[in-house]
Ligand binder design. Structure first.
Ligand SMILES: N[C@@H](CCC(=O)N[C@@H](CS)C(=O)NCC(=O)O)C(=O)O
Length: 213
């Protein structure tokens, strides 16, 4: 299997955590999102992923984009260590939390959105920072409330799940963008616990071959 990704990309980070959790070997294929005008826009990569976004998983003849679709594919093919554990109610909560981060928050803070704000709408750096802080606050405030209902050691109960796969990269992004996390003690504590897991630590951006100082 090949995973096309970028070290700091939260969606690539999700796929790496899932692959590691399932103890699957893969070749990591770096796609630099900033060099050469963004390698994600080059024709060779767009043939794999017409959206021009990372990650993309190639498994023989199977070419998949969208990190959650990639993870569900892995889940179906390798169900042994499940990322959707628990009761139907818990699995519902896991999916909802995963979508809160991957479908509601992340698209608003994505590189291409930030580039559009700056380059097309001439937004200042301070205004762009306000944008980021606003959407993180909206999302993390609700996430913290939701965690109060369903969390145990991890996001939903005491089993590692898809919700945790999505949380760790989003907290990494938040720290990167200077977001204050003091108002989200539960989210913060769960992320700290998750970060200590070996398969999570190995997926950290700084551990990837394309990591930059
Ligand atoms: N919903 C997609 C999001 C993919 C995505 O937005 N990837 C970002 C990095 S986290 C990207 O490739 N950005 C490049 C760009 O904005 O040009 C997924 O989960 O795979």
């Amino acid at each position: 299997m090949e995973l096309y990704g970028y070290w700091r990309s939260s969606a690539s980070y999700r796929a790496r955590i899932a692959l590691n959790f399932k103890q699957l070997e893969y070749n990591y294929m770096p796609v630099h999102l900033l060099k050469e005008g963004g390698q994600q826009h080059q024709q060779a990569y767009r043939q794999l992923n017409p959206n021009g976004l990372v990650p993309t998983l190639v498994d023989g003849q199977v070419i998949l984009h969208q990190s959650l679709a990639i993870i569900e594919y892995l889940e179906e093919k390798y169900p042994e260590r499940s990322l959707l554990p628990g009761t139907p109610r818990q699995r519902g909560a896991i999916r909802a939390l995963a979508l809160d981060l991957s479908s509601e928050l992340q698209p608003l803070i994505n590189l291409r959105v930030q580039q559009y704000l700056k380059q097309q709408l001439n937004v200042s750096d301070d205004q762009k920072q306000m944008w980021l802080e606003h959407w993180f606050k909206e999302s993390f405030t609700a996430f913290e409330k939701n965690l109060e209902e369903v969390a145990g050691n991890y996001c939903v109960g005491d089993d590692f799940s898809l919700a945790d796969v999505c949380l760790v990269p989003q907290v990494y992004s938040a720290k990167r963008f200077g977001i204050n996390l003091e108002s989200y003690p539960l989210l913060y504590a769960i992320n700290e616990r998750l970060s200590e897991l070996n398969f999570v630590a190995a997926a950290h951006p700084d551990e990837q071959p394309d990591a930059e100082a």
